[in-house]
Design a protein around this ligand. Structure first.
Ligand code: AOS
Ligand code: ZN
Ligand code: ZN
Length: 386
């Protein structure tokens, strides 16, 4: 098989999971700008997600968020998704919006609040059983705003105790994906602030506990691809929450702020053997001012472009240059791949899949945006930040 044929074959296997909350209205603490046609319930979110998959051919699963996507019958919702060529993906817990969680959830000093948080996580595993989801995604907003507010060590003990109870509940083919974030909404200390803390807890819990790397969750200048390479080497990279940032956890379209960083991340994924279904490529984004569905389509395309470039790295030439210490030749191998325009290649891949070479233009011509704006009047669901 030629190199390009192998690259095309690999690209046809790639799947990017879209988040239900990206389809809903969202904003910052300053304002949520409602958009016409936005979904009013989880089924309409799946209708929109089906459009992303129909035009990209690379977004077959949708992450749910509980309670934002709470329904009476999760089995029926899974069937609804299946009828649209989709599968329900990761179940995202929410221990950050109840008033009880003001001082934390699973790390809270009050055992009754910790119990409530763990019960919510166990409910999410029940939902996984109903939807057939394999992944429970855990992001804790837990932390403190002032030195002395609570004891750092005791909060780690509470976290470990709560996670162990949930880990015990997981089925043989289910995973717990623990996400870290260096700040926000806590401003002095976050209980899972970095990859090391997430890794340490996952190591203690066992093989079904893995780390989520959210690309917006690092201090500026962090070498994220180093974290990716290290977690892969330790067998503890479970998923990405892909997005883009200029300053903090901006949740912008992945690849829009720093496509070179996304390429370097994808290179380390491929180099480390992580280009497999064991590493979930999820989006975790909010489209506060731009049209949501085309923004999600563009995000999927950005992940595909970074992946295509990373697949084009000449591994043999790179290894030679590295072995001989030829710095400029080694860097040139990386830059040659990054500077390759892979849009024609991806256009061919899409056409070979029976899709339009340009998913965004094809979506714009489809009339879906006009259709949902006319039909979905009133009752729009609040999403992230609303
Ligand atoms: C919050 O900043 C985190 O990125 C979460 O991963 C994400 O927003 C959450 O999973 C949605 O509930
Ligand atoms: Zn995230
Ligand atoms: Zn985030």
């Amino acid at each position: 098989m030629t190199e390009l044929a192998a690259v095309k074959t690999a690209l046809k296997t790639q799947a990017v999971e879209t988040p239900s909350w990206a389809y809903g209205n969202s904003g910052t603490r300053f304002k949520v700008f409602a958009q016409p046609g936005v979904p009013r319930n989880p089924r309409e979110k799946l209708d929109d997600a089906a459009q992303v998959h129909a035009f990209t051919g690379a977004a077959p699963t949708v992450a749910l968020h509980i309670p934002w996507d709470k329904v009476d019958d999760y089995g029926a919702l899974a069937k609804y998704a299946q009828e649209r060529g989709l599968k329900l993906g990761a179940i995202n817990s929410n221990t950050f919006q109840d008033d009880d969680y003001r001082l934390g959830s699973i790390c809270h000093p009050d055992a009754a609040v910790r119990r409530k948080a763990v019960d919510h996580l166990l409910e999410c595993v029940d939902i996984m059983d109903a939807t057939g989801s394999k992944d429970l995604k855990l992001w804790f907003a837990d932390g403190t705003n002032y030195p002395g507010q609570d004891d750092i060590r005791e909060r780690q003990d509470r976290l470990a105790e709560g996670l162990a109870q949930v880990y015990e509940r997981l089925g043989d083919d289910q995973r717990m994906l623990l996400e870290y974030k260096f700040f926000e909404p806590a401003f002095y200390m976050t209980d899972v602030p970095d990859w090391g803390t997430a890794y340490a807890h996952c190591l203690k819990l066992g093989p079904k506990a893995q780390v989520v790397v959210d690309t917006g969750h690092h201090a500026p200048g962090t070498n994220i691809e180093f974290i990716v390479a290290t977690l892969l080497r330790e067998g503890k990279l479970g998923a990405f929450d892909f997005n883009s940032r200029f300053y903090a956890d901006d949740d912008l379209m992945v690849g829009a702020a720093d496509p070179f960083q996304l390429f370097r991340i994808m290179y380390e994924v491929i180099r480390g053997g992580g280009f497999t279904p064991d590493v979930a490529f999820m989006l975790d984004q909010c489209h506060n001012i731009e049209a949501k569905i085309p923004a999600i389509i563009r995000s999927v395309m950005n992940v595909q472009e970074a992946t295509a470039k990373a697949l084009l790295v000449d591994g043999a030439a790179l290894a030679d240059a590295q072995r001989t210490g030829d710095v400029l030749a080694a860097n040139a191998v990386i830059m040659d791949a990054y500077n390759t325009d892979v849009r024609p290649l991806l256009g061919e891949v899409r056409e070979e899949l029976g899709l339009d070479a340009d998913p965004v233009s094809a979506y714009r011509r489809s009339g879906w945006a006009e259709k949902i704006a006319a039909e979905r009047v009133g009752g729009q669901q609040a999403g992230w930040g609303a």
